[in-house]
Design a protein around this ligand. Structure first.
Ligand SMILES: O=P(O)(O)OC[C@H]1O[C@](O)(CO)[C@@H](O)[C@@H]1O
Length: 551
């Protein structure tokens, strides 16, 4: 594939950018009364309004031409066809097969994966049903009341985000807990809240080699055996989700109590697989199926819609516009929905672990900016914390404002306030406040001219700050499935444009490798060596304070 910067569409885009970079969105809205209608799109229960971006028809034409020249349609087809597009790991990226509700064959090495996908879904459903209806009993004959998920990264963030988002659909007897941090504080606090006789531990790890997860799982098992006095009961209280059957058996969980998935499912794309077991336990089979169906709805749209009417492609190319033309290296995720509290953290891993790369899939320097820094918080809390920077700071940071049109809280008055704030922020980001408008306001307050002049620079809002509005009919399993798939595909498209492999994550390895050596040194099992003077000094300090015991 030709390097991005050699493509004619790349040059056309930058030539266009030079001509329009200072265009004001206010003016674009004034010039075109149909702008909001033309720059909006619905897929199932999701509406995207992208009219408050610094783009016009020509910008979009240039962006879609770039997507076409970068080979986006062919790469979409390759992903759905199960080609080994994750080249550095020599694997397919087939999370779309996990929610292929049409059940059409998806081939891997000549074998259709769908029978295996469906078989695992069936096993998950049988197990979830037994736990939910109280047939699955603990060692004293009690039904499960607490489920503790032990996993990290993709084996934590997806299930946790979905369980929190869809809590109104959760089983009333089940309390969900998520332990990811190897800091013993999180596990200790969780174990303090649960009882061994009615707790089910779900140990989730694609590789089953992740130090944090295995450490937490071992400690949980020790706690369980010490409290219950029933080592044999581990089988009824611990299940595993992994691709690594041998490691699960070596850990001491019966492979009969393991739910499997496959190396062609990336960790951050895995909530649709058996990694979604906590979701199915909490929400039940039908809601889990609706989640998959919502994702499948977005998959079908992504696969078949033309580039210029394709929601993930539109979001991706708007991102490329800001990152590669305006140099905006940050992107905010702001859900106006308490239930989506963990959504920014989930998208952070999805995006930054996928596209935080500086070489192309061929190993050549990528030469352009890639993944933005993803950050965020529930929108309404963000307003009272960091929105100051978004409105008047020196960075340009596009923001996705996400909300549901209907609430389940039963407090409609609260929801009105939430939505009013959402719309107000989007309008404020776009319009800003001119000097003339600010002057008029200050004068109307009866301030003298000296005070007006002193305050004026602080009261002006430059505006012209981009936002996307994503509105869900309601936060249902189906719509959440569509929303997550939307971001997965957006990120994939950006990866294709930049020429990076969105499905590997070699950048996490160096720290893990060094930590193994340092751990042995901290515990006094190996002499400190080969470090820079700062690291060596700190190892000595920690050993001195803790007596070199690791205690
Ligand atoms: O599911 P596993 O194998 O324990 O990995 C957990 C997470 O760790 C990572 O490999 C990063 O270290 C993520 O990609 C992954 O989601």
């Amino acid at each position: 594939m030709a390097h991005l910067t050699t493509l004619p569409a790349w040059h056309a885009l930058h030539a266009h950018f030079d001509a329009v970079r200072d265009r004001q969105m206010r003016q674009l809205f004034e010039e075109d009364p149909s702008r909001a209608e033309r720059y909006s799109l619905s897929v199932g229960g999701l509406l995207l309004d992208y009219s408050k971006n610094r783009v016009d028809d020509e910008t979009l034409r240039c962006l879609f031409a770039l997507a076409a020249e970068a080979g986006v349609p062919a790469r979409i087809a390759a992903m759905f066809a199960g080609e080994r597009i994750n080249r550095t790991e020599d694997r397919a990226a087939l999370h779309v097969a996990l929610r292929n509700r049409a059940n059409t064959p998806v081939l891997q090495g000549g074998v259709d994966v769908m029978p295996a996908v469906n078989a695992v879904l069936d096993r998950m459903a049988r197990f979830a049903h037994a736990v939910r209806c109280g047939d699955w009993l603990g060692y004293t004959g009690q039904p499960v009341t607490d489920i503790v998920n032990i996993g990290i990264g993709g084996s934590d963030l997806g299930p946790q985000m979905v369980c929190k988002a869809l809590a109104p659909f959760g089983h009333p007897r089940l309390r969900m807990h998520f332990v990811s941090n190897v800091d013993g504080e999180q596990l200790r606090q969780t174990l303090d809240r649960v009882h061994p006789q009615s707790t089910l531990f779900v140990v989730e790890s694609k590789t089953f080699t992740t130090q944090e997860t295995l450490t937490n799982a071992l400690t949980a098992r020790e706690w369980f055996v010490a409290r219950s006095g029933e080592p044999a009961a581990v089988a009824r209280h611990f299940v595993a989700v992994s691709t690594n059957r041998q490691a699960v058996a070596a850990f001491g969980i019966d492979p009969d109590h393991m739910f499997e998935f496959w190396d062609w499912v990336g960790g951050r794309f895995s909530l649709w697989s058996a990694i979604g077991l906590p979701i199915m336990l909490y929400l039940g089979e039908a809601h889990f199926a609706a989640l998959l169906e919502g994702a499948h709805r977005m998959d079908e749209h992504f696969r078949h819609a033309p580039l210029d009417a394709n929601m993930p492609v539109i979001l991706a190319m708007l991102g490329v516009w800001y990152i590669n033309c305006y140099g905006g290296g940050s992107h905010v995720i702001a859900p106006y929905d308490q239930l989506l509290e963990r959504f920014p953290a989930f998208i952070q891993q999805l995006d930054m672990e996928s596209n935080g790369k500086s070489v192309t899939a061929d190993g050549a320097p990528v030469g352009v900016e890639t993944a933005p820094i993803i950050w965020g918080e529930t929108g309404i809390n963000g307003q009272h914390a960091f929105f100051q920077l978004l409105h008047q700071g020196t960075h340009i940071s596009p923001i996705d404002l996400i909300a549901s049109l209907r609430t389940r809280s039963g407090l409609a008055g609260h929801h009105d306030i939430l939505l009013a704030n959402l719309l107000a922020q989007a309008e404020a980001f776009m319009r800003g406040k001119t000097e003339a408008e600010a002057r008029m306001e200050l004068t109307a307050q009866g301030l003298d001219e000296a005070r007006v002049a002193a305050l004026l620079p602080h009261k002006v809002f430059g505006g012209n700050r981009p936002s996307n509005l994503l509105l869900l009919d309601a936060l249902t399993p189906h719509n959440l499935g569509s929303l997550v798939a939307l971001y997965e595909h957006k990120i994939f498209v950006q990866g294709v444009v930049w020429g990076v492999n969105s499905f590997d994550q070699w950048g996490v390895e160096l720290g893990k490798q060094l930590a193994r050596g340092i751990l042995a040194e901290l515990r006094g099992e190996a002499p400190p060596g080969g470090h820079d003077s700062s690291t060596a000094r700190l190892i000595r300090l920690i050993r001195r304070v803790r007596g070199g015991s690791g205690a």
